[in-house]
Design a protein around this ligand. Structure first.
Ligand code: NAD
Length: 366
């Protein structure tokens, strides 16, 4: 396992801990740097870090998973803490893992330290609104983008959307978009994709998925309620559907030099970390597709974590409505900064996000 601390000039290190069989030090280093830029762009008083354990959590018993989580904290305890480095969940870890880690850390420091971790369960001092935070933040960013969108994108008045991944991030952004009148016509998970040209009833699909753990065609119906189950097709085909907005919300490196030419969306909202490869980025840019970068689009997660940290420090707790209101404000501010940098430097959305984020860190280091 590893913990990499990249930069703390803006505040304590912040970043998730990943449990994955393919984790390696180089990946953790890259993800730690990404966190530095993300927290900087979001205007948070944090630096960037990341942790990982090379293990497949799905092959462990619950007792083994708890033992790994506690052992990891014993190994890094001198390097973390509420004003030093604040871990959070990431791929393969969840609120239960954070609860075990916070408990182990409290034992080692001989006092409870809930502010040393975010992404905890509500019972153990987690925050209302942390679970939907990333999806909600992406929804806010997309709405801001559409308010000022360039006419060349020619997005329909009721934008048509396809979402890859229906986990935490994908299902929440789908819910917020469909509630706001967007037409989500396709969603997918690791087992396959579902398509309904009239728009999927997301509320119903998300509820069924919660009950059954999977998305499948028999559980998917149109918003119009015509009663015919959705069509199934392949995950790869989802990426090339004729939609206005494509939202990769599952894995990294899914839009590549091979399939970028076939993307028909006018906007790609990167909700996963690193879903568009550098080769694909160049192709999409040449084709005039706007790519809203991960450090902006999925920044709502770390913003939600920041508000959990504040509540844990103060031992005062806010409602979901209050938390989401605060997240909305931060996302709008971050979007405005990127839009301004884009104009000033005449660069694309990703470059503009990096210009702002790196400048803020660099200026603080002088
Ligand atoms: P998750 O495990 O809850 O969901 C992932 C989803 O992707 C699942 O529905 C899974 O079935 C699906 N999936 C896996 N392989 C797939 C494939 N080949 N094709 C289509 N779908 C596939 O994870 P999550 O928390 O929703 O995270 C998704 C992405 O968002 C990751 O890249 C993560 O790093 C990023 N992210 C998450 C957060 C957060 O707060 N959860 C914050 C920032 C970034």
């Amino acid at each position: 396992g590893w913990r990499v601390q990249h930069n703390n000039v803006l505040g304590p290190y912040k970043g998730g801990i990943r449990f994955h069989p393919a984790s390696n030090l180089d990946e953790v280093k890259a993800l730690a740097a990404l966190m530095t830029w993300k927290t900087s762009l979001m205007g948070l008083p944090y630096g960037g870090a990341k942790g990982a354990v090379r293990v497949n959590p799905h092959e462990l018993s619950e007792r083994e998973l708890e033992a790994v989580s506690r052992a990891y904290i014993r190994a890094v305890k001198d390097h973390i803490g509420p004003d030093r480095d604040i871990p959070a969940p990431d791929v393969g870890t969840n609120a239960q893992v954070m609860d075990w880690m916070a408990d182990e850390y409290g034992k080692l420091t001989v006092k409870p330290e809930p502010a040393a971790f975010t992404g905890k369960s509500i019972e153990k001092g987690g925050s209302q609104g942390r679970e939907p935070a990333t999806g909600f933040g992406g929804f806010v960013v997309l709405r801001e983008f559409l308010k000022i969108q360039d006419t060349r994108y020619k997005i329909r008045d009721t934008p048509i959307i396809a979402i890859q991944g229906f986990g935490n991030v994908g299902s929440y952004i789908a819910k917020y978009l469909s509630k706001d009148g967007f037409r989500v016509v396709a969603v997918s998970d690791s087992k396959g994709a579902l398509y309904e040209p009239e728009g999927i009833n997301i509320e119903k699909l998300a509820h069924e998925k919660e009950m059954r753990g999977i998305i499948d065609r028999g559980l998917c119906y149109a918003v119009s309620g015509h009663g015919r189950p959705c069509q199934t097709f392949s995950n790869e085909d989802l990426l090339t559907l004729p939609v206005d907005i494509l939202i990769p919300a599952a894995l990294e490196g899914v839009i590549t030099g091979k399939n970028a030419a076939g993307i028909r969306a006018k906007v790609v909202l990167e909700m996963a970390n690193g879903p568009v490869t550098p080769e694909a980025d160049t192709i999409l840019e040449k084709r005039g597709v706007a790519v809203i970068p991960d450090i902006l689009a999925n920044g709502g997660g770390v913003v939600g974590s920041y508000f959990e940290w504040i509540q844990s420090l103060d031992q005062k707790y806010w409602s979901e409505e209050v938390v989401l209101g605060k997240i909305e404000e931060k996302m709008k501010e971050a979007f405005a900064r990127v839009a301004e940098a884009k104009k000033e430097y005449n660069v694309n959305w990703r470059e503009a996000a990096y210009v702002y984020a790196i400048n803020r860190v660099a200026n603080s280091m002088i």
